[in-house]
Ligand binder design. Structure first.
Ligand SMILES: Nc1ncnc2c1ncn2[C@@H]1O[C@H](COP(=O)(O)OP(=O)(O)OP(=O)(O)O)[C@@H](O)[C@H]1O
Ligand code: SF4
Ligand SMILES: [Mg+2]
Length: 342
């Protein structure tokens, strides 16, 4: 199959806010606004941004847990919104999600073995022996002892529960895993183990990841490309190395500057981002980052910057750092014009 595994086009999600009494227009929360990106097979795209910028909403839209206000999600070129029940069931097999808090997403009454095999049994019936073999194999794959097959989630540590969540996501051999803050709640050492596990599994099984994290250290470690979101929109999307070596959007720059620097030889950039994230109910005019941006000019207050492709393969939405080149309209071609007297 040519083309990306996942293609997201102009994805938008507005939530109604308030009751709209007295026939006033109901205000909306602009959780996600005109977001587009692709993910290739075996690739890791990380989504970063401050709390409330729309990362989890994008994840829920990708999984079709919520319906978009506008835009499309295509997997292998097929729009998932148009899928009928059977096709949707088959498609769900290919995309799995790992959540931040595995405890709330794991059924507390099921054993580890049952949790792992349950998704598979939604698609095919398994004998007792097959069930046991599958659960033991996946427990081993995520670095847990098959003896834990009979344990309940409450009898596992946080790191083991997160591994169990990953084992369950792997059971259907998905092409794509969406991980929303999947390691954020874990100790640094357990985090590192789980991240390395995900990287190994990606190499072995060619799985693509959409990995949502507020931890830029984690993102730098695992991302092939990074999408930076601000107030519902992507403001920069770049290959990971290029983004961390030279952020272009002032918000990306500020995020990286605000992140702890594990490498003492790496020089901090300018001052971290200041001020509160504005409300997504009434976002600032023009570029939504302008009230916090040290580079803002008058144009930023009135005109929203488009995402502009740059020479190194990234796209950036900033009037100052990535000005859109205005291509002058071509002069009309004079057809069949005869010149008199020449
Ligand atoms: N069901 C909902 N109804 C109304 N507003 C919502 C709903 N879900 C999310 N929002 C709003 O949409 C915006 C984006 O929320 P989202 O959960 O996607 O942010 P996030 O980037 O995942 O934040 P965090 O880093 O804190 O997890 C927020 O302003 C949030 O309050
Ligand atoms: S468009 Fe203007 S306000 Fe927005 S990031 Fe660029 S310089 Fe700052
Ligand atoms: Mg979230």
């Amino acid at each position: 199959m040519n083309g990306p595994l996942l293609k997201v086009e102009n994805l938008t999600k507005h939530y109604p806010f308030g009751s709209g009494l007295f026939k006033k227009a109901i205000p909306v929360i602009r959780a996600v606004e005109d977001v587009s990106f692709t993910v290739d097979a075996g690739e890791t795209l990380c989504i970063v941004g401050e709390s409330g910028c729309g990362k989890s909403t994008v994840a829920r839209l990708l999984m079709r847990l919520i319906e978009p206000t506008a835009g499309r999600v295509l997997i292998d070129g097929t729009d998932i919104a148009g899928l009928k029940k059977d096709a949707l069931h088959a498609w769900r097999r290919r995309m799995q999600m790992v959540f931040q808090d595995p405890y709330s997403s794991l059924n507390p009454r099921l054993t580890a073995g049952q949790i792992i095999t349950e998704p598979v049994e939604n698609y095919e019936s398994l004998s007792r022996k097959q069930r046991q073999a599958l659960a033991a194999d996946l427990l081993r794959k995520v670095g847990m002892s098959p003896e834990m097959i009979h344990r309940l989630p409450s009898e596992l540590s946080g790191g083991q529960r997160q591994r169990l969540g990953i084992a369950r996501a792997l059971a259907l051999q998905p092409s794509l895993i969406i991980a929303d803050e999947a390691v954020s709640a874990l100790d640094v050492s357990v985090q590192a183990q789980i991240l390395n596990l995900l990287l190994d599994l990606q190499q072995q099984m060619g799985i693509a990841f959409v990995f949502i994290s507020h931890d830029l250290g984690v993102v730098e470690h695992i991302a092939h490309r990074v999408a930076v979101m601000y107030l519902g929109r992507i403001v920069e999307l770049a290959p990971s190395q290029a983004l961390f070596a030279k952020p272009v959007h002032p918000y990306t720059e500020a995020l990286i500057a605000a992140a702890p620097v594990p490498d003492p030889t790496r020089v901090r950039l300018e001052a971290p981002v200041e001020g509160e994230v504005p409300s997504p109910i009434n976002p600032p005019s023009g570029c939504a980052f302008h009230p916090r941006c040290p580079l803002a000019v008058e144009r930023c207050r009135v005109e929203a910057p488009p995402l502009v492709p740059m020479a190194d393969g990234r796209v950036v939405a900033c009037h100052v750092r990535a000005p859109a080149t205005v291509i002058p309209p071509k002069p009309p071609v004079a057809a069949n014009v005869s010149f008199i007297g020449t």
